[in-house]
Write a protein that binds this ligand. Structure first.
Ligand code: PMV
Length: 328
């Protein structure tokens, strides 16, 4: 039987999604904005099968238990939404270093959505694919597109989807990201748990949501003006505000480790020397440096000298998700 293969790249948010208004449909409280990266991606094939249940192979290993049911539950959503009854054999490979805090769930669910819908025999508009990917993991809706991507929060399932900032999905700004793998330790609080606790208990949460509105407007203007310094400043401040909401939660929690603060100090040290470099962080201890593409190798070398034991992975803007083949 035919196999349908899709590739989707990871994305890193510059304006963060942190908190759901609706848990079932994954409708966020605020719009977010990300950059899709070229270097890290998931490749997923879906093959229609006549078996009674779906199967799932990840990085060459047949999955069972929670990992399999996460995929079958998502395929059930896709089947319910598209009217398909087709069972699938899913085979997925992550070209994303594990535990690097690079959100393989975003590329994973985006690739799974494309490959599965193709295997159901459907050719869906990308807006629909973005809405469907959102149901797997919120940030996955942004990985449908390349370059800078905004997730418009909307108010329900139909109106919450991502859209590229530039129609051609190209990035004119000279931007790169360096992922600093400061710790490979598994995170203690998943993004799902972290968001839920913060939304329910942190008095700082409403202030974060409010400031995302102004940060989003300002960063879009800075991107238009190709002002990377501004982009970096806004992204760094937005990430710190997101992490501040967690300190205000009950019980309080933080994704920062001692190594995180050491990495941040190194970035600040380079900045004091005149380098343009800022950082962002997601639901884990690792730090992503935002810098000019042209200067990225130099900044990486400077950081490596300050942080000799830290693995560093350099990435540039990347493309949207696509079907790469459908073969018999
Ligand atoms: O899509 P999720 O459920 O993995 O949540 C992602 C949340 C952050 O990475 C922290 C922020 C974001 O906008 O990607």
């Amino acid at each position: 039987m035919q196999t349908y293969t899709a590739i989707a790249h990871t994305n890193i948010a510059l304006i963060k999604y942190w908190g759901k208004k609706d848990d079932k449909f994954i409708i966020p409280f605020n719009n977010s904005l990300s950059l899709t990266l070229d270097r890290f991606y998931t490749k997923t094939s879906a093959q229609p099968i006549t078996a009674a249940t779906d199967s799932f192979v990840l990085d060459g290993q047949a999955q069972s238990g929670a990992a399999l049911s996460k995929v079958t539950s998502f395929l059930d959503i896709l089947r319910a939404e598209t009217g398909s009854t087709q069972r699938l054999a899913i085979n997925s490979t992550n070209h994303v270093p594990t535990a690097a805090g690079l959100a393989s769930s975003a590329s994973g669910f985006a690739a799974l959505t494309l490959a599965s819908c193709a295997a159901f025999g459907l050719q869906l508009p990308r807006r629909t694919l973005s809405r469907l990917a959102r149901r797997g993991s919120g940030s996955a809706c942004r990985s449908i597109y390349g370059g800078f991507v905004e997730w418009k929060k909307g108010q329900d399932d139909l109106t919450s989807f991502a859209t590229p900032l530039a129609a051609n999905e190209q990035v004119d700004l000279d931007i790169a990201m360096i992922a600093l793998v400061v710790s490979a330790q598994a995170k203690k609080v998943t993004s799902r748990q972290g968001m839920a606790t913060t939304v329910a208990t942190s008095p700082f949460y409403p202030a974060f949501v409010k400031s995302c509105e102004t940060d989003l407007l300002a960063i879009k203007q800075a991107i238009d003006a190709q002002d990377l310094e501004k982009v970096g400043q806004i992204a760094e401040s937005n990430a710190l505000k997101m992490h501040a909401t967690n300190l205000g939660a009950t019980p309080p929690f933080s994704y920062f480790l001692p190594e995180t603060l050491v990495a941040i100090a190194a970035i600040q040290q380079l900045r004091a020397k005149g380098f343009l470099c800022y950082f962002t962080m997601d639901a884990g201890p690792n730090v992503k440096v935002i810098c000019r593409g042209q200067e990225a190798l130099k900044i990486q070398a400077e950081l490596q000298a300050l942080l000799p034991n830290t693995e560093m992975l350099l990435a540039y803007p990347g493309p949207g998700a696509k079907i790469v083949n459908s073969e018999s």
